[in-house]
Design a protein around this ligand. Structure first.
Ligand code: SF4
Length: 255
């Protein structure tokens, strides 16, 4: 079946296929890990994985720019589901990074990867993959989230062998697995409802479509969102932008 045809499968076929992707990928690795951001997509993938490998290491990157509710939610879920959780922390916190390098520019990746994303997210992940020698990375990415992801899905599909995490090279190869790459938002919501999965409360509390960093000046629409969620913080960020500026050399660490 061509990758494009996977997008047209009905919901129950998608579930079957995702299960089979997970089962087959687990047979091809010895030391896998699953990324968990606290968001809905990664919750679905985590739930799928736990049916096959309940002790799988669960990687949560606490960027220091999370909603407090997200951190609480992840820790609570770890207790309730008995997760083998690794909560990663960056070497510097968000405010130190933006002070040193500036805020992420709008359209975050347009001019390269901002220091903020590299230091807060990517570097801790690379570090733990190297330390633990994880040989597979399961994520909850979906192709519908962006044009780049859709193109990537159409060209490469759900499972690839790679030496890269994002644009950063590892000293060894891993299996990169995206079991729900071909799902749409409605599929994710239906799976969550059918399986009665506990969703991160930040979605409802702040009326968010996606949960991620609490404030990211690299996202289109960050101003409206932050103003609505926390007008005080918004004013503070505007002042700090005047002081620190935006990250003007974001092509960091293309190693
Ligand atoms: S999403 Fe934005 S705030 Fe979060 S780490 Fe990346 S650039 Fe920084």
């Amino acid at each position: 079946m061509r990758n494009i045809d996977l997008l047209k499968l009905d919901y129950s076929r998608k579930i079957e296929l995702s299960n089979s992707i997970v089962a087959q990928a687990l047979q091809q690795c010895n030391n896998p890990a699953v990324s968990f951001s606290g968001g809905k997509n990664s919750l679905v993938v985590l739930h799928l994985l736990l049916q096959y490998k309940p002790d799988i290491p669960v990687i949560f990157t606490n960027t220091t720019n999370e909603f407090a509710d997200t951190v609480k939610y992840v820790r609570r879920l770890a207790r309730e589901w008995n997760l083998n959780l690794y909560e990663l922390r960056p070497r510097w916190n968000f405010w130190k990074v933006v002070k040193l390098f500036g805020f992420p520019p709008e359209s975050r990746y347009r001019y390269g990867e901002p220091h903020c994303c590299y230091i807060l997210k990517i570097e801790p992940i690379l570090k733990i993959y190297k330390e633990k020698r994880f040989d597979a990375n399961f994520t909850g990415l979906t192709a519908y989230e962006s044009r780049t992801r859709m193109v990537n899905f159409l060209l490469k599909g759900c499972v690839i062998r790679t030496r890269y995490i994002g644009r950063h090279r590892l000293p060894f190869e891993i299996l990169s697995v995206k079991p729900i790459y071909f799902w749409n938002h409605a599929d994710v919501l239906r799976y969550i409802e059918e399986n009665d999965l506990p969703v991160n409360p930040v979605y409802r509390k702040y009326g968010l479509e996606r949960c991620g960093c609490r404030l990211c000046t690299g996202h289109k629409g960050w101003r409206e969102q932050l103003k609505r969620i926390s007008p005080k913080l918004y004013e503070y960020v505007l002042k700090k932008i005047e002081e620190y500026g935006f990250d003007s050399q974001p092509n960091h660490a293309k190693k």
